[in-house]
Design a protein around this ligand. Sequence first.
Ligand SMILES: [Zn+2]
Length: 96
Amino acid sequence: MATDYDAPRNRPEDEPEADSIEALRGNPTEKQSPKVDVDEDTEGDSFELPGADLSHEELHIVVTPRQDDEFMCSRCFLLHGPSMRVPGTDHCRDCD
Ligand SMILES: [Zn+2]
């Protein structure tokens, strides 16, 4: 009876190894072609509104429209309030 148990035991142990090799082969291929994945997602049903959903997908920076009294520095490209603007220029005091 003992030998009967050993025979089926050895097979399942071998199969996961073969699977892991295939998994190792498959993973790098997926990482090397991210663009292909994006295209597949876009065609799928999970991405119906790419532009609208992306804002809260992985973006941690809150993007707010530029206020009227703000200006974008021509050197560091950051938005600053009017008090940070060097008079007569288009860059901020940090970059002056
Ligand atoms: Zn600046």
